[in-house]
Write a protein that binds this ligand. Structure first.
Ligand code: C5P
Length: 232
């Protein structure tokens, strides 16, 4: 599995997203479609971007009873996405059901990645709102381990956690890491960030980059810089 840069296409409409991708002309970056775009534009946006030759990470973070997740994953798999995800908090049986649902008639399936604790959840909220009293790092690693037991391919995590996840779950267990910024760039609302070069060094398998590319004056140059720093 090669390292790759995934562009978070957090746009509010199909037109905005396709106008953005048109700038790349012949190149076909791996793109992430999240809830905002999927709920606005529907499954059609996935088919359209796929037909243009891009790989797709469909980031819908499923979390429901195992049977519902299994059937929903079968629908997403048939959209021919390359990667999708769910919340590890749904338990090992939910994750196992998700894998079953994803397997296509020909035996292939998209990569399945777990969200552990959202980066918006801190120790205090986890203890008070969720009544989970363990240290958050331990909870994150426990959820990653559960994902591995269930047969998932990896987790979404901070680049700062990627090394620890590989140590605990093996080098082949994928780490997909948002929170990437250029050295001189705006951090925005991200709290813990790394440059593409640092993320490479620490062992991220995929970096997810949104605004440093989508809001750049020259998005293609910003994407190229990410690829040069991270993949080479
Ligand atoms: O614009 P930016 O580079 O911050 O975008 C990062 C992308 O990764 C967004 O789509 C965001 O929702 C997603 N993400 C994140 N942190 C997580 C999980 C997902 O920033 N823990």
């Amino acid at each position: 599995m090669g390292k790759d840069v995934i562009i978070a296409c957090d746009f509010a409409s199909k037109e905005a997203c396709l106008n953005f991708l048109d700038k790349f002309e012949g190149r076909k970056p791996f793109v992430k479609i999240g809830m905002e775009l999927f709920y606005a534009a529907g499954p059609e946006i996935v088919r359209e971007i796929k037909s243009r030759g891009h790989k797709i990470f469909l980031d819908l973070k499923l979390h429901d009873i195992p049977n519902t997740v299994k059937k929903s994953m079968a629908v997403l798999s048939n959209l021919d996405v390359d990667m999708t995800n769910l919340h590890a908090a749904g338990t090992i049986s939910m994750m196992e059901a998700a894998i079953e649902g994803l397997i296509r008639a020909d035996g292939t399936r998209p990569l399945l990645i777990a969200v552990t604790q959202l980066t918006s959840t801190d120790q205090e909220r986890m203890e008070n709102d969720l009544l989970i009293k363990e240290p958050i790092d331990k909870v994150v690693m426990h959820y990653a381990h559960n994902a591995k037991i269930a047969g998932l391919d990896g987790v979404v995590c901070s680049p700062l956690e990627a090394g620890k996840v590989h140590d605990a779950c093996g080098e082949k267990f994928l780490t997909v890491t948002p929170g990437v910024r250029f050295a001189e760039g705006d951090v925005g609302d991200q709290k813990r960030v790394m440059t593409p070069a640092e993320a490479k060094k620490i062992g991220s398998d995929y970096i997810v980059v949104g605004r440093p590319i989508t809001a750049a004056d020259d998005p293609v140059a910003a994407y190229t810089r990410c690829v040069d720093e991270f993949c080479d």
